[in-house]
Each structure stands twice: as structure tokens, then as C-alpha cells.
Design a protein around this ligand. Structure first.
Ligand SMILES: Cc1cc2nc3c(=O)[nH]c(=O)nc-3n(C[C@H](O)[C@H](O)[C@H](O)COP(=O)(O)OP(=O)(O)OC[C@H]3O[C@@H](n4cnc5c(N)ncnc54)[C@H](O)[C@@H]3O)c2cc1C
Length: 421
């Protein structure tokens, strides 16, 4: 069954992109997806795919056919022994929490929010933090992929190249209609929120990365920066040039069956709970105006890249009060993942909406350029085809795979044609 949505207007979460597709379709079965692709192919209509629409970049916009996977969600099976879960592409990250926990399992890692579709998150290498932890892309171990030719391919570890191409493919190889996700045995997450001065941040950077499950921070350029993202901080503390630091460690899951308050007091924690209850940051649920850029640099350049951006904020854009969020991610194999082949530091920052945020973000990109950055595909970026080809070692292999599966470019829009045709 396919439902056609009226009116035909799509606006992304951040409301920086709007398009008027000729059709917005919501298929509720794999057959309906195949029918849509076959008809579009026959009639020469281009197709784009959208998850929950949380990307800031024009990777899901089109004036032709837009396929939404809202009606193709849900967890189909959980295999506790194999530590795998199989689900529809439109399953939201938050849908996994309870059901996996009941089976003694949790997601391997999570980011700041949990509203994205699982395949939207995989397709852009959405990540949390933890230098030993990979992005959602690496957890995608088997896909059913409906191609423009009307075939449904099973993509898994038996063809490592096709798997690495599919994991981060921005919907350019086909519509993913099912995914098998690697998950893991459950654990309790112990959270400490701390507020560090600049010197302490630099001093503890490497050690926390080596020894913690999760280290990440929001560095604040100004005293009122926490207000930008509705963040709380201790009364009377001046947050200028100070960071709100998240430190997370794993404890055995059964600690949650005991006296949780006593453990919190003894270990001086902020919270101790199931991971899926701690990861989504309530600060991001509010009415924030975000226009965000996020670039990933190799771990060894991370500190210098952060310092260069801090300098830009303090000296050239004192009116831009947004914090710099800094996270750490392990290397992975997905060809278009910004973490391909290298442990990475992700650096992100927003521009103020009423101000000239594009000029600010362009300058942010220029400042990060010497550190060999790769963009987060779901955020605002400033790259051309030549830069993408130079910074993603498997770029040519990806484009060859794309041309093989979609020779007519049915799944390309203007932006993807510019970067990947
Ligand atoms: C408030 C907020 C917080 C965020 N926090 C984080 C964070 O902590 N970490 C992080 O890394 N990123 C974060 N992001 C970015 C976000 O996770 C990515 O942009 C992600 O891709 C959004 O998922 P989505 O379901 O909305 O996908 P969409 O933005 O709708 O689509 C993303 C891509 O996936 C493709 N796609 C979607 N479904 C399918 C399918 N079934 N088959 C084939 N292709 C498909 C689309 O065509 C598109 O190219 C955040 C964004 C926002 C707005």
C-alpha cells in the first residue's frame, strides 16, 4: 500500500530547507517501494528518499518524487545470542530502547537525540562519542536494498565492498527496506557532568579518551553560551571559556536492581540508568534554532583544530555565542563515512539564525580546512566534488558502485549530482 501525501510540501526539522515534490509517497511494504521505483524508472521521474528529515543538508530534497519511510518502521525480530535486531527502515532510534532491554540488549552507542529513523542515522554515519565506539553506519550488518532496476538485493558481510558502499550511501544506491543491526549485551550507564576550565580540558583530553567509554564536551565562548542550547550549569559559575563535560562509564546492568541512589552518591554521579534513558539530551528537544556545521578531523589533529576554532570564536566572532561540541569516534569501514579508516574528532558549531550564519559557518570551515576535515553529510558543509574525491579514499569506488546500480541517476538530486555523479 502506498499513501500519497497532500499538500506536497516537505520542510526539514531545522526549517532551513523546503521543497515541493510532485509527489510525496509513503509506502508501507517493500513491494510498494519496488513498484514506486519501477514506475519512476519507466516514466523517467527522479526519486529521493527521506527518513525523519533531521538533516540540515539538501540530501533529501527534490521537486520530483519523495519517498518517506514513515510507514515502514518497527522491530521485526531480536536475536539475543547473536546480538542482532532486524527492523524496518523507518524505525526511530527511540523505538529500540525498551524492546532491546527486555531481551538483555542495548544499542552499541547513541548520539544526542533519538528521533531519527534508523536508516537515516546509518546513511549519514550518525554517531555519539567514545574513541572506541563506531557510528550507527558500522552497526548496519545486513540490508535489503530495493534498486532502481526493481530488484531487491541482500547486502551483507558476504560482499564486504557492497556493504561498505551501502552503509553510508545517502539513498544513492536504492531504498533500504530492512536492516539487521548489530547490538550488544546490556549495561548500566553512569553519567558525570562536570564543568572544566580551559587548562583542565587540554590536560585531560588524551587520558579521558583512552580510559572512558564516553568523553565529550561543549566548550562555551561566553558566559551566556549555555542558554543557547538551554543547558544548565552551577549557580554563580562563569561559563566563559569553560566546558560542560560529559563523562560516561559502563557498570554491570544489575547495578540498576540494587540501591541506585547509594551508587550515585558513592561514585558522585549525575545519573545512573539504562543507556537509552541517558543518551538523548533533553536540551535538544526544545525550540532551538540550529544551523549546524560538523567536520571530522583525524584524532591527532583534533586538539589543534579545536583550538583554531576557539580562536575564531573568541577573536573574530565574539557575537556568536553558540558552544563548540566536540566528540570522539572510532575508525570504521563504510566508504563514505567521515570516520573511514581513521579515529576521529568531530567538531560542531551552530550559527545564529538572525545573523549572517552562512558567513560564520564558511569561516568555520576555512579555519578547519588545514586539519584534513571530512563533513558530516547531514549537517551544513562547504565542499565540492574535487574535495570530496580527495578526502574520501574510496570515493571512486563508491561512484562506480552508484553508476552500476543506478546508471540513469534516478536517485540523484541537484546536490548529489554536484558531488557524486
Ligand atoms: C537536533 C539534531 C540532533 C542531531 N544529533 C546528532 C548526533 O548526536 N550525532 C550525529 O552524528 N548526528 C546528529 N544529527 C544529524 C542527524 O542524525 C542526521 O542528519 C540523520 O541523517 C538524520 O536522520 P533522518 O532519519 O532524519 O534522515 P534524513 O535526514 O531524513 O535523511 C538522511 C539521508 O538518509 C537517506 N535515507 C533515509 N532513509 C533511507 C532509506 N530507507 N533508504 C535509503 N536512504 C535513506 C536520505 O535519502 C538522506 O540522504 C542531529 C540532527 C538534529 C537536527
Amino acid at each position: 500500500v502506498t499513501i500519497t501525501v497532500e499538500p506536497n510540501t516537505f520542510t526539514n526539522w531545522a526549517q532551513n530547507l523546503t521543497c515541493e515534490p510532485a509527489m510525496i509517497l509513503k509506502p508501507s511494504s517493500e513491494e510498494a517501494v519496488v513498484d514506486t521505483l519501477t514506475a519512476a524508472s519507466r516514466e523517467g521521474r527522479r526519486v529521493r528518499i527521506v527518513g525523519s528529515g533531521h538533516s540540515f543538508s539538501p540530501i533529501h530534497t527534490t521537486d520530483q518524487t519523495l519517498i518517506s519511510l514513515d510507514h515502514l518502521g518497527g522491530i521485526k525480530s531480536v536475536d539475543a545470542e547473536a546480538e542482532r535486531a532486524t527492523c524496518g527502515p523507518g524505525t526511530q532510534i527511540r523505538d529500540f530502547g525498551e524492546q532491546l532491554w527486555e531481551n538483555g540488549l542495548v544499542l552499541r552507542n547513541q548520539g544526542d537525540i533519538d528521533t531519527q529513523h534508523i536508516v537515516g542515522a546509518i546513511s549519514t554515519a550518525t554517531h555519539g562519542s567514545g574513541l572506541k565506539l563506531q557510528s550507527f553506519a558500522a552497526a548496519g550488518k545486513r540490508f535489503r536494498l530495493a534498486t532502481p532496476a526493481g530488484e531487491v538485493l541482500t547486502v551483507d558481510e558476504s560482499d564486504a565492498d557492497l556493504l561498505a558502499a551501502t552503509q553510508v550511501s545517502l539513498g544513492m544506491l536504492g531504498v533500504i527496506t530492512e536492516v539487521e543491526l548489530a547490538v550488544r549485551k546490556s549495561f548500566a550507564l553512569a553519567e558525570s557532568l562536570e564543568f572544566w576550565g580551559f587548562e583542565e580540558l587540554l590536560e585531560r583530553w588524551d587520558n579521558e579518551n583512552a580510559n572512558r567509554r564516553h568523553f565529550s564536551f561543549f566548550w562555551m565562548p561566553a558566559s551566556d553560551s549555555p542558554d543557547r542550547l538551554f543547558m544548565e550549569y552551577p549557580d554563580g559559575m562563569d561559563m566563559a571559556d569553560r566546558s560542560r563535560v560529559k563523562l560516561y562509564d559502563e557498570l554491570p546492568a544489575d547495578v540498576l536492581d540494587g540501591d541506585v541512589d547509594a551508587v550515585i552518591a558513592e561514585k558522585r554521579l549525575t545519573r545512573l540508568d539504562r543507556p537509552y534513558r541517558i543518551y538523548p539530551d533533553p536540551d535538544f528537544q526544545g525550540e532551538i534554532m540550529m544551523r549546524e556545521l560538523e567536520y571530522m578531523v583525524p584524532y591527532e589533529h583534533g586538539k589543534d583544530a579545536f583550538l583554531a576554532l576557539r580562536d575564531l570564536c573568541l577573536n573574530r566572532y565574539p557575537e556568536n555565542k553558540y558552544p563548540i561540541e566536540t566528540r570522539f569516534i572510532a575508525a570504521e569501514d563504510a566508504w563514505l563515512s567521515p570516520f573511514y579508516g581513521r579515529d576521529s574528532v568531530s567538531i560542531s558549531i551552530c550559527g545564529h539564525k538572525p545573523q549572517d550564519f552562512m558567513k560564520f559557518l564558511k569561516d568555520v570551515a576555512a579555519v578547519l580546512d588545514p586539519f584534513d576535515p571530512r563533513p558530516h553529510w547531514g549537517k551544513i558543509y562547504f565542499v565540492d566534488q574535487e574535495q570530496v574525491a580527495a578526502s574520501f579514499p574510496k570515493y571512486a569506488d563508491f561512484v562506480a558502485t552508484r553508476r552500476r546500480l543506478d546508471p540513469e541517476g534516478l536517485l540523484l538530486n541537484e546536490e548529489l549530482t554536484r558531488l557524486f555523479s
